[in-house]
Design a protein around this ligand. Structure first.
Ligand code: SME
Length: 186
């Protein structure tokens, strides 16, 4: 699919290039995001509603969230779920790329420079503007993997332990809950 590319930025007109935050700014951005996510999703059980809302709120506060979204476990592979950004891959096999590795290991991965990874095996390029990323596993209350959450930045070294701590907390608070209404088979 082709996008309407802004010649000044070399990226689609609806996306801005990423800007990294220092730790103080990062902490403030996550605290604000979490307050909004908890308020807006209070009493909500629907998995897709939660995913779409988390994407929107985080993308509003995190200026290095160039691509943000969920890949859901479906028929023993990952299938793209709610996201904001340029066109994502539709299916990812377990073990392939960063998302597939996180689905296999069930551990968060931070990649400071995705172009150092072996393309097609260790990393799958959906958009060549992505330079760093974090992928967090998403579990249900029975500790079963239901998705992975992927945030990509268009600059290097955007993600660190602060992102990991807050993003893991958001996933736990929103998905490791009673009465989650699921839309994918698992
Ligand atoms: N980079 C990911 C693929 C998903 S997209 O970047 C949206 C990966 O290597 O798993």
């Amino acid at each position: 699919m082709s996008h309407n590319i802004d010649p000044e930025q070399g990226m689609p007109s609806f996306i801005n290039p990423s800007r990294n935050l220092n730790n103080e700014e990062k902490e403030a951005a996550y605290k604000q995001s979490i307050a909004e996510i908890n308020a807006v999703l209070d009493g909500e059980n629907n998995m897709i509603v939660k995913m779409a809302t988390i994407n929107c709120i985080l993308k509003s506060h995190i200026p290095y969230a160039y691509w943000i979204g969920f890949y859901c476990l479906n028929d023993e592979r990952l299938t793209v779920g709610p996201y904001q950004g340029t066109l994502g891959c539709i299916h990812i096999e377990i073990g392939k790329g960063v998302c597939g590795a996180v689905a296999a290991d069930k551990q968060t991965k931070i990649v400071k420079d995705v172009h150092q990874l072996v393309e097609g095996e260790e990393h799958i390029t959906c958009d060549p503007n992505s330079h760093s990323e974090i992928v967090v596993p998403v579990f249900d209350k029975e500790n079963k993997l239901i998705a992975v959450f992927d945030v990509d930045s268009s600059v290097k070294e955007s993600f660190d332990n602060t992102d990991q701590v807050y993003l893991e907390q958001i996933m736990k608070d929103q998905f490791e809950v009673d009465h989650l209404e699921r839309q994918f088979k698992g």
